[in-house]
Design a protein around this ligand. Structure first.
Ligand code: AHG
Ligand code: MN
Ligand code: MN
Length: 347
């Protein structure tokens, strides 16, 4: 059989009743924007796109997260906003790089969906030529009223589609519309995404974990105990050796886990105790949790299922534990056991 392009895959999914024409258009538009970002990322130093963005006052450009923006953060955000403005499929978008949601300009028809994205994930890797990506999540808009930030505050269970595009040695789009997780590889000569893995499945057990170990001393006791036991290997209570990987691009770490299993963890830590975690619920944790669950994996904040969390803020942060189901369950059990012991001892 001839190869299946993203367009064909989406048309067949529409025929199967998995999505409507408007959502299909939305995904095609996001995929097209990701191709443009892939071209910019791929040019590297030749495209003049490396390095920090310059703010209005001539200093570093700082985003709403308090983080310095890279030129590619800003460029990728602009590409996604421009691509999605005129198609009539969106009511508004929200992004890691913008303080508030952005309604579709009055000049264009408004659609029925809300798009949330991290335009460029893994920015610290841009200048060192390591994989980065775009993460996105789609919600249904409220009909008949102009979109505002509050309309985005819905649990991950309400996502109708989620995905990411990884800009690595090859560019890949990984997508779910709630019926499995599927991977498409960009054929650069043809300019189209081609289905290369239907129904990705994450192995249930793993011997590989991904975490930034430099934060170890700042973790809570349950987390310390869990990782101590991983590091104890075959001689410890887990009875097996573990390997570690940390790319510092969530997209790249999650892509490895979707491909060969593993657990990805960014826990709460005491470095900045006011922040409930580093990663953002709406445009990092929720879409990745949906992709991972649709591939048979699990995703929690160490205690609760990520997709059940009711968000209170657009840029809300959350601890993240996701990947191979058995390992996520084990890590979550360490936290719940620790909480229960604390309650019993009256702490
Ligand atoms: P972003 O570049 O969109 O701000 O996200 C970076 C995130 C995530 O991709 C990665 O897993 C994590 O930050 C890395 O954090 P450390 O630098 O603390 O390891
Ligand atoms: Mn990110
Ligand atoms: Mn980002």
């Amino acid at each position: 059989m001839s190869e299946t392009s993203l367009t064909r895959f989406l048309i067949e999914a529409q025929r199967a009743g998995q999505l409507n024409a408007e959502l299909r258009l939305l995904i095609e538009v996001v995929a097209r924007a990701c191709k443009r970002i892939s071209v910019a990322v791929g040019k590297g130093a030749l495209g003049g796109v490396l390095g920090d963005a310059v703010g209005d006052s001539g200093g570093d450009s700082i985003n709403v997260q308090g983080e310095a923006q890279k030129k590619l953060d800003v460029l990728s955000n602009d590409i996604l906003i421009d691509a999605n403005a005129w198609g009539g499929h969106l009511a508004a978008c929200a992004s890691e790089e913008m303080p508030h949601c952005q309604p579709i300009p009055d000049a264009y028809p408004r659609g029925h969906y809300l798009l949330v994205f991290d335009p460029l994930d893994g920015s610290s890797n841009i200048d060192v030529n390591v994989s980065v990506g775009t993460i996105f999540s789609v919600l249904r808009a409220r009909d008949g009223v102009p979109a505002e930030d509050a309309h985005f505050l819905r649990s991950g269970n309400d996502q109708v589609a989620a995905g990411y595009c990884i800009y690595g040695p090859s560019t890949m789009l990984v997508l779910t519309v709630g019926h499995g997780t599927h991977a498409f590889t960009l054929d650069r000569e043809q300019g189209s995404f081609v289905l290369t893995r239907r129904d990705m499945r994450i192995p249930e057990a793993t011997q590989e974990f991904a975490i930034n170990m430099s934060n170890q001393r700042h973790w809570e006791p349950a987390m310390q105990g869990y990782v101590d036991d991983l590091l104890a290997g075959r001689e410890g209570p887990r009875g097996k050796d573990f390997n570690m990987r940390w790319i510092a691009s969530m997209v790249a770490d999650v892509h490895r886990i979707l491909t060969r299993g593993g657990i990805f963890i960014y826990p709460w830590d005491r470095k900045d105790p006011d922040k409930p975690g580093k990663l953002r619920l709406m445009y990092e944790a929720n879409p990745m949790a949906m992709l991972v669950e649709q591939a048979g994996g699990a995703a929690t904040d160490g205690r609760r299922r990520i997709l059940d969390i009711a968000p209170e803020l657009l840029h809300q942060r959350v601890p993240v534990f996701l990947g191979s189901r058995e390992e996520v369950d084990t890590a979550t059990a360490y936290h719940l056991r620790h909480d229960a012991a604390g309650r019993e001892s009256g702490r």
